[in-house]
Write a protein that binds this ligand. Structure first.
Ligand code: FAD
Length: 383
């Protein structure tokens, strides 16, 4: 097989923008994915939320760059990815959530996020019809937004190809190949594809891919369900995240996309570990009750479709991005948890700079936080 400078394993939320950014530097890159086209892993299960509203510098910096890429994509390329700058609203009804959100405001502001804690009147203005009983206020970050994961990944894929990246679909990587502690390529479909650098963007399957050469990487999957309604006239613009726990669930979130459809998701508690993607009968009654209680106007909407996908989780809820210390040339960009779509373009550019040896001061902040060799203690507050 012809030689490449870089092989990317996985054409998903991270792999495709990575290939786009790497190829843009004139580097010869091949992307291999077991599925038939780009984004058929977990990217297509994302509901499209894009926020820089995180609690740690690394995620904030990465997502701010992603936001820039998503929000200017149409202007720069003429392609519509259904970007909607509606902001993120975290309404607050209890002191617990108020303390969490106010507690992370200083770091959010320090790293350049446009966000504020607003009173109940402002929350009602942002989300007309919100349940007013006990409403204390909330945070609002007007520059966050949403886009279509399907349109975005295909736009990034086309750009990657234009930049010179090659893609092989329907090909499963059976293992990474290495000699004397150095990567030599990957083995797939009985062939060896050679490259001195391999980027692991296999998401929920990173542990299996890295396990092929005896490496342990702490990425495991848990499953989350989402649904989409029929389209109706747009009546709110923001993503709404309710951090309160409920029976069998943690937070839930929803927004109305540019087509007028309400898209929503909930975090099961306890988490449902594993790779099962069959929809459950628990999800819809559970989430709709909570949504209607928060925003009663949603009660007449009809649901069109439900689906279930995987979060590639890490023990502390932050991504894993960094060079492997034992196998030279192997770079991990995985473990995106529930945020791979929004972090993907920022991570892609970061990986391209790492490969080119041109990381910046900010990159070092990000890479320290995302290091594969960190303690994995603690928890990101908005994971
Ligand atoms: C219900 C739900 C809602 C979500 N909502 C959001 C959201 O609003 N915003 C957001 O940012 N994120 C969201 N996410 C999370 C997001 O979908 C993931 O974090 C993201 O898709 C992970 O990106 P990835 O590139 O790591 O994995 P993927 O996109 O799954 O890409 C990995 C690719 O690797 C390929 N692969 C794996 N192993 C191999 C192999 N051995 N050989 C060849 N190919 C291989 C797979 O086929 C796949 O295409 C949501 C997830 C779910 C389930």
């Amino acid at each position: 097989m012809s030689n490449y400078e870089v092989i990317v394993i996985g054409a998903g939320s991270v792999g495709v923008p990575t290939a786009m950014a790497v190829a843009e530097q004139g580097i010869k890159v091949l992307v291999i994915d077991q599925n038939a086209s780009a984004g058929q892993g977990e990217n297509k299960h994302a509901i499209g939320g894009i926020r820089a509203t995180h609690s740690s510098p690394g995620k904030i910096l990465t997502a701010l760059r992603s936001l820039e890429i998503f929000s200017t994509w149409q202007e720069k390329t003429g392609e519509d990815i259904e970007w909607l700058q509606g902001g993120y609203l975290f309404p607050v009804y209890r002191k617990e959530e108020e303390d969490i959100l106010k507690g992370i405001l200083p770091v959010q502001k320090e790293y350049g996020l446009n966000i504020d804690y607003v009173g109940p009147e402002k929350v009602k203005e942002i989300l007309p019809g919100i349940n007013e009983e006990g409403l204390r206020g909330g945070t609002f970050s007007p520059e966050d937004g949403s886009a279509s994961p399907l349109l975005a990944i295909n736009a990034f894929y086309r750009r990657a190809v234009t930049n010179g990246a090659e893609f092989r679909f329907g090909l499963k990587v059976d293992g990474v190949s290495c000699e004397n502690g150095k990567v030599t390529g990957v083995v797939a479909g009985g062939d060896v594809y050679k490259a001195p650098m391999v980027v692991d963007t296999a998401g929920p399957f990173s542990a299996t891919v890295c396990g092929s050469i005896g490496l342990k990487i702490p990425v495991y999957s848990d499953s989350h369900e989402a649904a989409i309604t029929e389209p109706v006239k747009n009546f709110f613009r923001c993503m709404v995240v309710d951090l309160r726990p409920g029976p069998g669930s943690k937070n839930f979130y929803f927004y109305q996309n540019r087509r007028g459809q309400v898209v929503f998701c909930i975090t099961p508690d306890p988490p449902i570990l594993g790779t099962d993607k069959r929809e459950t009968s628990v999800f819809l009654p559970q989430v709709s009750q909570r949504m209607v209680s928060l925003l009663p106007r949603l009660k007449n909407l009809r649901v069109r479709r439900v689906w279930r996908g995987l979060y590639p989780m890490t023990p502390d809820g932050s991504p894993i991005v960094g060079w492997n210390r034992d196998v030279k040339g192997l770079l991990h960009a995985t473990g995106m948890c529930g945020q791979g779509f929004m972090l993907g373009p920022g991570i892609g550019e970061l990986v391209a700079r790492m490969i080119a040896g041109e990381t910046t001061e900010n990159d070092e902040v990000v890479l320290k936080e995302f290091s594969p060799y960190r303690e994995f203690a603690g928890q990101e507050a908005l994971k």
